[in-house]
Write a protein that binds this ligand. Sequence first.
Ligand code: DP6
Length: 326
Amino acid sequence: MKATALAHPNIALVKYWGKRDDALILPHQSSLSLTLSPLSVTTTVEFGVPTDAVEINGHTSKGSERERVLRLLESVRAQTKDALGPAKVVSRGDFPMAAGLASSAAGFAALAVAGRAAAGLPSDARAASILARLGSGSACRSVEGGFCEWQRGERPDGDDSFAVQRFDAAHWPDLRMVVAVLDRGEKDVKSRDGMKQTVETSPYYPAWVRDAEEEVPRARAHIARRDLQALGELCERNAWRMHSTSLAADPPLCYLNAGTLGLIQHLREHRKKGIPVWFTLDAGPNPVLLTDAANEVAAEALARACGALDVIRCVPGGDAALKQEH
Ligand code: DP6
């Protein structure tokens, strides 16, 4: 009735931006991401307690966050014949939300894996990915490690919309992602609201959907060959296109700030000098730099010279995993 799981966050190389179904969290297009180590979130689920209780990073969870957690567990209950009863959830991340990387993807992936185990359901990456998706779309890509593709699927019930691992973390151990924290503040418009506004009002949105869907197999091919330059160029192109479609929304959505643009300018200068470094950017001002082991120190120095308050150096991470209960 009790289980604990650990999961890593992921960074999208081809982004998910926009839902065709808000309730089931079904995307308009497929996406592709890399799981990041050593960052992680650990979540414990215990069924059969007197009342539902959700604690995240030492605080009692309220509002929509709590609702998302309880809704995911409702789906676990629906999959078992046993009466599981109310649940206690305790989740803790080893990296600050202020890192600019959402811990929610890792949190919901760990919740899905721990929730299924606590309910006595067998280990099943596909089922856990579908479950994690109900908490947050990007979470479905944190159930397995390495490079994962969230296939958009076609079915209205979402049973074919889950992430599959294309390459494990050992496929490209030399790859590095360097998170440059330029701004620790909360973003004004959360991803969930920003993507909805973009779907509803951006005239460029249909082009974004077509393009992103086509970039996924291209990214997969570059990863298969471990072609850093081709993957880096694709990543930047995809990030620019996500931000372009958002800038064209009404009212416009601008997640970049002056610091972001300054860093991008510097990064281009570095590239002219032969340093292989590219960037991607989620719905916030903090770029994540893509490089290799030989250049991660240079990438960190670049981020710091551009005013980064924190820099987190990451390597490809592994699967979400259950931990032994003591
Ligand atoms: C820009 O997965 O956080 O990071 O499904 O509404 O919870 P919800 O959104 P979320 O959005 C992530 C958006 C992104 C791109 C990505 O991770 O693919």
